[in-house]
Write a protein that binds this ligand. Structure first.
Ligand SMILES: [Zn+2]
Length: 313
């Protein structure tokens, strides 16, 4: 088994070096690597890709590495008394998940192949169905949002067979009248002392509302403040919140993948009361954006993004 792993990685390394000057698409290179790992460990490649994407999202710095997964030392080394001891066999003994993937007999945190192989090896112990993956991810992250995000990313990566989901759209299609200004942080009249976390885009009842990015529907339904609203998580640990809708696009449901520009509902004035309440304010789309760093989730100002997407349409 060991020699197979080394042979595959050698092949991978050589093909990487050979193609380096040809500026080969980074995604293809990564997908190939994840597929080779699937071949060795039976862990579906799109889960490996999804974890890598998620971990890249929660890191502050863009590192020039293929693998962005940072395994905490306590997980990597287990209860090995000496963290310098990176011999892969001894880590197994001490319940650390660090393994040797590049064939130098050491399990090193700064080796892409060691990290990827170690994570695959860890996941493999749980099985390879979606439920197995969820269990493995829960035991690794102990955080529901992390598990949910990674499972959603895996679904998207599997469907589109790519790692890049950069397409964007302004929420209101061209040809419809609308207006908006920067209202970030304004006080609002209902619901106590909360500040306004988002941008209001005023438009007529029934104006189509589009998803601004690719993503997975995470929430759909009624909320006392937001009325009929829908929440979509994109590939970059960002959550997009569309509120006060008149209604939803036919058939759209939690767990669905949506594409940038896909109509998800229409502008309304729902909210500020029990289900069905509408007309307490002029019709508008409330659009909010939230970012998750793997520990906390917070709202940030969507206005500059809206301006950018508007210019591009
Ligand atoms: Zn609003």
């Amino acid at each position: 088994m060991k020699s197979i792993i080394i042979a595959i990685f050698c092949f991978f390394l050589f093909s990487t070096i050979a193609h380096a000057e040809e500026n080969v698409d980074d995604d293809i290179e990564k997908i190939n690597l994840f597929k080779q790992m699937e071949f060795i460990t039976s862990v579906p490649w799109y889960y490996l890709a999804a974890i890598n994407r998620y971990e890249k999202n929660i890191r502050k710095q863009e590192e020039d590495r293929l693998i962005h997964i940072e395994v905490p030392p306590e997980k990597w080394f287990g209860f090995a008394p000496n963290n310098e001891d990176s011999l892969s066999l001894s880590l197994e003994l001490f319940n650390g998940l660090g393994r040797d993937g590049d064939g130098n007999n050491k399990a090193e945190l700064d080796s892409d192949l060691d990290v990827l192989y170690s994570i695959s090896n860890y996941l493999q112990r749980y099985g390879h169905t979606e439920e197995d993956m969820k269990a493995a991810l829960w035991n690794y992250y102990h955080r529901e949002l992390s598990v949910l995000s990674i499972v959603n990313y895996a679904t998207m990566i599997k469907k589109y067979h790519t790692l890049t989901f950069d397409q964007t759209a302004f929420p209101i299609p061209k040809g419809y009248n609308y207006s908006y200004k920067n209202t970030w942080g304004d006080a609002r009249g209902f619901g106590g002392r909360r500040i306004h976390e988002g941008t209001d885009i005023f438009a007529s009842y029934g104006t189509p509302v589009r998803a601004t990015t690719f993503g997975v529907v995470e929430l759909k339904g009624w909320n006392r403040f937001g009325g009929w609203r829908i929440g979509i998580r994109d590939m970059y640990n960002r959550y997009h919140y569309y509120a006060h809708l008149n209604g939803f696009a036919d058939g759209i449901k939690v767990g669905d993948i949506v594409e940038a520009g896909q109509v998800i509902g229409s502008v309304g004035s729902s909210g500020y009361g029990p289900p069905g309440t509408a007309g307490k304010f002029p019709p508008h789309l409330h659009y909010g954006m939230y970012k998750d760093d793997g520990k906390n989730e917070w709202s940030f100002d969507p206005f500059p993004y809206l301006k950018k997407w508007e210019r591009a349409q």
